[in-house]
Design a protein around this ligand. Structure first.
Ligand SMILES: N[C@@H](CCSCCCCC(=O)O)C(=O)O
Ligand SMILES: [Zn+2]
Length: 402
């Protein structure tokens, strides 16, 4: 069997699509507790975790990020959390890697890659020194090496000093290292600029640098652009990664969505559409980012949109496009003519959706064709809608809007 291509070879040759948000998705499904956000579900509800990995694999993810977010021992024992005592840090991290590997091996083209992940620690936030914090990282990295993951990812750091310590521990392995901070264009929480954070991550030895979480795709693109400019000025050429939120956050300040009053249980009105993700993926690719994924709020259809936008670059569509003709082409099969008129890129690419909440910004004018049962336009037939019929419906739609 041909040797499976590693992360860096795949990035050198083209684009790698990351996965989406685990803690937010599993919390909504009742398998993760908001607040601690710790991943004991890998032991308590392994099938739920595998199912979410499978959703992202089918949607086009090339990476199964083991569900090890916030799985340092101090976090698993933080503020009344009994997970460390019940399952141990090594136990949770090893179980997560097994689940990720099992699903990754179901993937085509030699299978998806498996990443073991570190994240910021209560120890650091509590002022513990480098030795104590790195001891937390070592427990996880030891589990990742034993589980033979394909690469390591240090994600969700608000302070560049801590991610430098994390990268240092990761570099003791021979594995590729990816590092992402949850910062915006204003930089980290110790007043270090986004550009300087990128340079420091690269100089610490990270092979891939960028951002994840806290900010929406478009604010995150601004941050990565600042990072790229600083890396270019410093003559550094790591690969770039972006894994933003799937919530619009134009009003977020330095701390990102955590500081928004809606965090974490009333963010739904801010969810990005799959069409937002087409624009995001194209802009990221044109910026030179080759590891493109998502974080909190990113569901499978968002990842599928990235894969559909980059189908030419990747040479294929994801499996889940079997049930989603790109740009809403499946609507040609709808029973209602005004919905059939919405089939195609021309309609969805320019869509600016209303929130449906009168006291929230922006409302739009709905289609009101006045077509009811018995109207000629509503008569069904078994044959597929022709291109001519769709063209005529689009003319009708225009006439009714004017
Ligand atoms: N790879 C992880 C990243 C989670 S980012 C979590 C943001 C919330 C953190 C908090 O409120 O403390 C995931 O997909 O869940
Ligand atoms: Zn996140």
């Amino acid at each position: 069997m041909a040797q499976k291509k590693g992360l860096l070879q795949r990035l050198d040759e083209g684009v790698v699509i990351g996965d989406g948000g685990f803690v937010f998705a599993l919390e909504k499904r009742g398998y993760v507790k908001a607040g601690p956000w710790t991943p004991e579900a890998v032991i308590e509800y392994p099938e739920a975790v595998k199912s979410l990995h499978r959703e992202f694999l089918r949607a086009g993810s090339d990476v199964m990020q083991a569900f090890t977010f916030y799985a340092s021992d101090d976090k698993l024992a933080n503020r009344g959390n009994m997970s460390s005592q019940k399952y141990t840090c090594a136990g949770i991290n090893q179980a997560a890697c097994r689940l990720a590997r099992a699903v990754a091996d179901e993937g085509s083209n030699g299978g998806a890659l498996v990443a073991g992940g570190l994240s910021e620690t209560p120890s650091y936030l509590s002022g513990a020194g480098k030795e104590a914090v790195q001891a937390e990282f070592k427990t996880q990295v030891d589990a990742f090496i034993e589980s033979k993951v394909d690469f390591l990812i240090a994600e969700y750091f608000e302070y560049v000093e801590e991610i430098e310590w994390a990268i240092e521990v990761c570099k003791r392995s021979s594995l590729p290292v990816v590092s992402t901070m949850c910062i915006g264009p204003e930089g980290d929480l110790h007043e270090v600029s986004a550009g300087d954070c990128a340079v420091r991550m690269a100089k610490a030895g990270a092979d891939v640098v960028g951002v994840n979480c806290h900010f929406d795709p478009f604010m995150s693109l601004k941050t990565v652009r600042l990072m790229k400019e600083a890396l270019d000025a410093a003559g550094l050429k790591p690969h770039l990664i972006i894994q933003p939120l799937a919530f619009h956050t134009p009003d977020a300040k330095k701390q990102g969505f955590i500081d928004l009053p809606e965090f974490p249980f009333a963010l739904e009105p801010r969810v990005c559409t799959r069409w937002d993700m087409h624009k995001y993926a194209r802009a990221a690719y044109e910026l030179g980012v080759r590891y493109i994924g998502g974080c909190c709020g990113f569901e499978a259809h968002h990842i599928r949109a990235i894969a559909e936008e980059l189908k030419e670059e990747r040479g294929r569509l994801p499996e889940a496009s079997e049930k989603h003709i790109p740009w809403g082409g499946g609507l040609t099969m709808h029973t209602k003519p005004w919905v059939r008129a919405r089939a195609g890129r021309d309609y969805w690419e320019s869509m600016v959706p209303a929130t449906g909440r009168p006291y929230s910004p922006s409302m739009s004018v709905p289609d009101q064709w006045g077509v009811v049962r018995g109207s000629e336009e509503l008569k069904q037939n078994s044959s597929a809608t022709s291109e001519q019929e769709i063209a005529q419906l689009k003319i009708t739609a225009q006439q009714k809007c004017s």
